[in-house]
Design a protein around this ligand. Structure first.
Ligand SMILES: [Zn+2]
Ligand SMILES: [Zn+2]
Ligand SMILES: [Zn+2]
Length: 231
């Protein structure tokens, strides 16, 4: 019965708590697991297992995982940081690789107008734009690097080809993954979730302490779910 399950659990409660508290420390502190030279300061809470990367290795290992949630270890505790803040660029048009029309470009870099407003030495001579991407696990802002090859698609179609439904076809600054649109339709069907409640859930998944700090309005959820029903 339910009581037996709880009685069984109580014998192990302290052990469970110890293991959960242990996971709050940086298990892979020390040297970066990939380059084996720089100091490891980042962990990913979305990847399974314990990891420790330096910044460049973290970005490279997450080039196709833009919705992973990253933590920075300050030698005492973890802080939430975003891939975009760390220099991640989402390349469009070439299967995740930088557009060759820009010339020899690095897999990550810096630019003057980044989503966090940080300016650093170095250059990213690419046409990047911050775009708010709404996904099932939260709201992310990513620096999009557009394909600028001769005859390339307009920005809204480049987003769509990358699996992101643009909120606007003129100057898209918000886009939705197909996963979050499907998720919303099923939530509305099975749980009678309103667009507002669904959006509030996403803002809390993004930042439970300050949900109002999350950009994007829920009216977009309405608009996009309408669009999708026409597809
Ligand atoms: Zn490294
Ligand atoms: Zn990860
Ligand atoms: Zn291109």
């Amino acid at each position: 019965t339910q009581n037996d399950f709880i009685a069984e659990y109580l014998d192990y409660r302290d052990v469970y708590l110890d293991i959960i508290l242990d996971s709050e420390t940086f298990a892979r502190a020390g040297i970066c697991e990939t380059c084996q030279s720089a100091e490891a300061t980042f962990n990913c809470v979305t990847c399974t297992g314990d990891h420790g990367w330096c910044r460049p290795c973290l970005i490279r290992s997450h080039q196709s995982l833009p919705f992973h949630k990253i933590q920075f270890w300050n030698n005492l505790c973890f802080h939430d940081v975003t891939l975009a803040e760390l220099g991640f660029v989402w390349y469009l048009g070439h299967g995740g690789e930088p557009c060759p029309s820009y010339g020899g470009s690095e897999i990550y870099g810096y630019q003057d107008e980044r989503v966090d407003g940080v300016t650093e030495a170095g250059s990213l001579p690419q046409d990047t734009t911050p775009v708010t991407v709404v996904h099932s696990s939260g709201v992310f802002t990513h620096n999009m690097s557009w394909c600028c090859c001769l005859g390339s698609n307009p920005h809204h179609l480049q987003l769509l080809r990358a699996g992101l439904f643009p909120a606007s076809s003129t100057r898209p600054r918000t886009a939705f993954t197909f996963e979050v649109l499907d998720h919303f339709l099923i939530d509305a069907l099975e749980c009678k979730t309103s667009a507002r409640s669904f959006f509030e859930k996403l803002t809390r998944l993004t930042n439970n302490a300050f949900p109002d700090s999350v950009p994007v309005s829920e009216k977009y959820i309405f608009i996009n779910s309408e669009y999708q029903q026409y597809l």
